[in-house]
Design a protein around this ligand. Structure first.
Ligand code: CUA
Length: 330
């Protein structure tokens, strides 16, 4: 009866764990790799899991045999031989095999040189968003990294404030962003798609809301995106958007944000030159649409308490015009 209760508790816990683990907005599955580095790491993970499982079963089996079969323990020279074989030789061989496999994976995930990389991107961590400065080709954006499919992309990771960690589970392991230091890292996706990245080092109140997306796309689409990003901001055409630009340029917005082609050149917050081309706002936490953008600009702390951005003190028509303008920035 007690056994049944135990079993039920274990199964229930597993079920709860399973359902809670799917609470995250998009899949970030380390066991479903989409790039060569993540693939090597996942394969090694399976080897460790299966080998460890088999050894665990063998040890438990031997323990059960020793406990249940009376006077089954070997003594004398036979006992010594068992200790040498099962206690020293076998673990030695297993550790040696794992060491060699580990070394192979380290070689597979070696960071490529700048000349081998399809792009070189500096990623700067901020509380709580990601500054993305492409060095080759040259462009600036935030919280969204586009890469060409099937090619390695070199990353130079650093931070403006505290330690963060760059992690796209389906593409590679984690790498820290440390103030005053540049860590080189790389990612590669072997199929087109969108991969969610997150900060993997506790960095303050909104650590959990420090997301980004990696968009892997065919070379032509990537090239088109680069070309679009390199252009200065579009000139607003309709009256309201033009008015919105005046509102933007006459408020404190410009102290933190850059819109290339205007006199807004702040660099404390994300570059907004092509804001409307991005899928999400607030470092990945909300889809970009008029309602979310309005809520965010009017009261960022309502969405992300503690965020550095102050609420905009703009109302009525000016506020609507400002949204009209921001949504033209493709
Ligand atoms: Cu940035 Cu956690």
């Amino acid at each position: 009866m007690r056994m049944v209760t135990y079993l039920r508790t274990i199964l229930l816990s597993l079920a709860v764990f399973y359902f809670l683990s799917s609470c995250s907005p998009s899949s970030t599955d380390i066991m479903d790799p989409k790039g060569p580095a993540a693939n090597s790491i996942a394969s090694l993970g399976w080897v460790f899991f299966i080998l460890g499982g088999l050894i665990f079963l063998a040890v438990m089996g031997y323990l059960a045999y020793a406990l249940l079969v009376p006077r089954s323990g070997a003594t004398g020279p036979r006992g010594t031989l068992i200790v040498i074989l099962a206690g020293m030789a076998a673990p030695g061989i297993v550790l040696l095999i794992l060491f060699v496999l580990n070394t192979n994976v380290l070689r597979d995930i070696r960071t490529p040189g700048e000349d081998e990389a399809a792009a070189v991107i500096e990623v700067v961590g901020h509380q709580w968003w990601w500054e993305v400065n492409y060095q080759n080709p040259q462009l600036e954006t935030a919280n969204e990294i586009h890469i060409p499919v099937g090619k390695p992309v070199l990353l130079k990771l650093t931070s403006k404030d505290v330690v963060h960690s760059f992690w796209v589970p389906e593409l590679h392991g984690k790498m820290d962003l440390i103030p005053g230091r540049v860590n080189t890292f790389w990612i590669q996706a072997d199929e087109p798609g969108q991969f969610t990245g997150e900060c993997a080092e506790y960095c303050g109140l909104q650590h959990a809301k420090m997301l980004f997306v990696v968009v892997a796309e065919p070379q032509e689409e990537y090239d088109a995106w680069v070309e679009q990003m390199q252009r200065p901001a579009v000139e607003p055409e309709d009256d309201s958007a033009q008015e919105g630009r005046e509102v933007f340029l006459s408020t404190t917005c410009i102290q933190c944000h850059t819109i290339r082609g205007t006199h807004a050149t702040g660099n404390l917050g994300p570059d907004l030159t092509h804001l409307a081309s991005r899928q999400r706002i607030g470092a990945g936490i909300l889809p970009l649409n008029r309602a979310n953008l309005g809520g965010w600009v009017a009261n960022p702390h309502g969405v992300k308490p503690g965020v550095q951005m102050p609420p905009a003190e703009i109302d009525g028509e000016d506020f609507q015009a400002l949204l009209d303008y921001l949504l033209t920035l493709e």
